[in-house]
Design a protein around this ligand. Structure first.
Ligand code: B12
Length: 220
């Protein structure tokens, strides 16, 4: 039921789990620690056309349109299912990536973002539902780490600012390049290191979508 409701917005469930008795869980709908969490997100740019349709009928130019759209969709779902909705941009930040590692067994790529064996780097999280009760989740098989078998690792030498390396991601270096005169290819077509990754080609976001995310990331 949740799956169908999400599909009508281009979103998908990204797995979930029951919190252990001895771990600190965020508040559930009752205000007591939640018993379970279901992650909601996207594979490829599937939500884009739903989001654009919604955006076309908004009266004002919103500061964070994608967040606002996701909140509208996921808040409604939470209300219907007696859950509490939380979002990746909520402060203090909730550990969405740690949750994703737990639900789908994902691993970090050299870029810092998680790589999925099928979707590659072309996926994201839009929210999560917290419940007061335990739920049944399909046991998750261990997933392979695509970077472990990637010999050429093109992500490591395709960033023009040298911001992606085995030492991690240089946020300041990336930002100043993207914002500067030589950053036009990144601004128009998205992160060159992310685009160099050979995994999940079929899910690559179109340039228009990448430009939208890059503009909000670099605030340009
Ligand atoms: C703050 C933040 C950033 C900061 C990172 C600061 C830092 N060093 O942590 C900045 C602004 C640099 C950033 C950049 C990007 N981010 Co960001 N970011 C977040 C945010 C809002 C909070 C991260 C956090 O602190 N969590 C709190 C801790 C407690 O959670 P955690 O799961 O335990 O922590 C994990 C992360 O901190 C991660 N991590 C550690 N160092 C770094 C560095 C980078 C660059 C990233 C992305 C993650 C990361 O390791 C931990 C896992 O063990 C998350 C959403 C969220 N709530 O998690 C998105 C999130 C991690 N970002 C995301 C994305 C996609 C991006 C960008 C591609 C920009 C974009 N929106 O298109 C770039 C990637 C930069 C690159 N390398 O190419 C996605 C990642 C999806 C995925 N596939 O994994 C997330 C989950 C948001 C989402 N809606 O899905 N991000």
């Amino acid at each position: 039921m949740i799956e169908e409701a999400l599909a009508s917005h281009g979103l998908i469930p990204r797995g979930g789990f029951n919190f252990e008795a001895d771990e600190t869980a965020p508040q559930g709908p009752s205000g007591k620690p939640a018993k379970s969490v279901l992650l909601i997100g996207q594979a490829g740019a599937a939500p884009w056309r739903y989001f654009q349709r919604w955006r076309d009928i908004q009266q004002n130019d919103l500061a964070n349109p994608l967040d606002t759209w996701a909140r509208e969709v996921i808040d409604a779902l939470a209300e219907k299912h007696g859950a509490r909705a939380v979002y990746p941009s909520d402060r203090p930040y909730l550990p969405f990536q740690r949750w994703a590692m737990r639900t789908e067994g994902l691993k970090a790529s050299p870029l810092g973002i998680l790589i999925h064996p099928e979707y590659g780097l072309w996926h994201a999280y839009r929210g999560a539902l917290l419940f007061d009760k335990e739920l049944f989740f399909e046991p998750q098989a261990e997933t392979a780490h695509p970077c472990a078998t990637c010999v050429s690792k093109p992500c490591l030498d395709s960033c023009p600012a040298g911001a992606v390396s085995n030492e991690g991601y240089d946020h300041a270096g990336c930002l100043s390049h993207v914002r500067g005169p030589a950053g036009e290819p990144c601004r128009l077509g998205g992160c060159l290191a992310r685009n160099a990754c050979p995994v999940g080609e079929a899910y690559r976001y179109p340039a228009e979508v990448q430009a939208f995310h890059m503009a909000s990331f670099a605030r340009v």
